[in-house]
Write a protein that binds this ligand. Structure first.
Ligand SMILES: [Zn+2]
Length: 473
């Protein structure tokens, strides 16, 4: 089974190379999808060893390595001229043992390629063909690993070369100290994987996976990404999008999946950037599209906030006894009404039923006369003014919170099921690094966090409905 082989190879390579999870997964995927890989980064980051070991993953794979300089000649890359054919006036190279006969190649300092080799190199990378004099050879090349200290200078042909590398990795020195100690003290032996991929297995993955459906939500995400890229002035060619879709198909097919699902979208982080500084934004964008959709809490959140706001609004200080304004003969039962009346009519005063004594309101002391305060009066009667809710409203609102609790319970159940499905998908997706998986789950758990916020707000709303606070002067 290819899937099991890939898992074994990934694990064995990860055991040898520290902090290269992304590069290893991507390189394996590049091999099975016949794409090229570019490593950008300082020398001494085990790039060539990784490329060589990738070749060891292929049964009878042949490897060609070269460190390019500005003065590298075609002879060094494609093979020396054949003297015997020259004698018969034929221009031909002896390609055996050079790039045109390799399955995997590592070309270090690839952007030092000069014009004498660039055209042939581009043809080999694109078309897997080499023009050897008048003969056109089909080259067995599967993947070229290119490496460079820096991005290519602005130069049309070098940019064309750069564009041929679908997978791009920014390779840094290892960060973790114990990994560093491992590297310094270990004696790397030749990589001998316990399983190998055969050329046959590799060569037709693209064809075999060509009919694999892509989930609707993945297509939507690709369209959204393309729009987002255009808005920020990043143009990705249609050819690159097509290649990306192919790679996602191969990646899913190799895992024996029935379709391309959204967890595959994270792979785009290694295929879409042009400059390393674009990576953090790209990653954030991909996390958003890969995790969007599914259980939607937004609506319930809004409804709950509305319920809470309206609870705050409807709560009132109910007066323990109705109060009358003798000047306009209005009777007040609730604090808010009376307060509003008082602020409009600051010189009005209030009386309790069956009493002649006049009172004024605590917060509005504009009356020319000094009258005792109504709130204090109620307090002294042992009937303080309480912030509460009318009984009928209280029942109505409590009912609403009960219904909400039911809704939240259902949503939470869906959320847990959705999360479990995501965890399973992530675990089975061998192309993702540990960090990818963690970040995707963390991103997903924003939903869980918003669920607990909703539960808290619901509890607060309920407390607000039943609580009674005392009004004081
Ligand atoms: Zn009045």
């Amino acid at each position: 089974m290819m899937r099991d082989k890939l898992i074994t190879l990934r694990d064995e390579l990860n055991a040898k190379f520290k902090e290269r999870e992304d590069e290893i997964a991507g390189s394996l995927l590049a091999l099975i999808s016949g794409e090229h890989v570019l490593f950008i980064g300082p020398p001494g980051t085990a790039k060539s060893m990784l490329a060589k070991d990738m070749c060891s993953c292929i049964d009878e794979g042949t490897f060609f390595y070269y460190l390019l300089t500005r003065f590298t000649t075609p002879d060094e890359i494609f093979g020396p001229l054949s003297l015997s054919s020259l004698q018969s006036d034929i221009f031909s190279r002896k390609v055996e043992g050079y790039l045109p006969t390799a399955h995997v190649s590592f070309l270090d300092e690839i952007f030092k390629s000069n014009s004498s080799i660039l055209n042939s190199l581009l043809t080999i990378l694109n078309e897997r063909k080499y023009h050897n004099g008048s003969a056109i050879l089909d080259v067995p090349l599967i993947t070229v690993f290119g490496a460079s200290n820096e991005l290519p200078e602005e130069n049309e042909s070098l940019e064309a070369l750069y564009d041929r590398f679908l997978f791009r990795y920014f390779v840094e020195y290892v960060q973790d100290e114990s990994n560093f100690v491992d590297i310094v003290t270990s004696n790397p032996e030749e990589f001998k994987p316990s399983v190998r991929l055969t050329i046959d297995e590799l060569c037709c993955m693209k064809e075999r996976s060509a009919d694999l459906p892509i989930d609707e939500e993945v297509i939507e995400a690709l369209v959204a990404l393309r729009r987002e890229f255009r808005n920020t002035g990043v143009i990705v060619s249609d050819r690159r999008w097509k290649k990306i879709a192919q790679v996602l198909r191969v990646a899913s097919y190799a895992l024996e999946r029935k379709s391309v699902d959204r967890t595959m979208l994270m792979l785009l982080q290694h295929m879409m950037w042009k400059r390393p500084e674009e990576l953090p934004t790209l990653r954030k964008l991909l996390l958003d599209v890969a995790i969007s959709g599914g259980v939607d809490l937004e609506r319930s959140e809004k409804d709950l906030r509305d319920l809470h706001a309206s609870t705050v609004l409807i709560k009132d200080y109910v007066l323990p006894q109705p109060v009358t304004c003798p000047m306009c003969e209005r009777v007040f039962h609730k604090w808010k009404e009376m307060k509003e009346h008082a602020s409009r009519n600051p010189d009005h005063y209030y009386v309790l039923p069956g009493s002649e004594e006049q009172y004024q309101l605590s917060s509005v002391r504009t009356s020319p006369r000094h009258l005792p305060n109504l709130i204090d009066k109620f307090a002294s009667m042992g009937k303080p003014v309480k912030l509460t809710m009318p009984a009928d409203q209280k029942d109505l609102y409590l009912n609403e919170t009960d219904e909400f609790e039911e809704t939240l319970k259902l949503l939470e159940k869906d959320l847990q099921a959705e999360r479990a499905a995501l965890v399973k998908r992530l675990d089975e997706n061998i192309w993702l690094s540990t960090k990818d998986r963690e970040d995707m789950l963390y991103h997903y758990d924003a939903k869980t966090r918003s669920m607990s916020n909703m539960k808290r707000l619901l509890q607060e709303t309920r407390e607000l409905i039943v609580s009674e606070e005392l009004q004081s002067t």
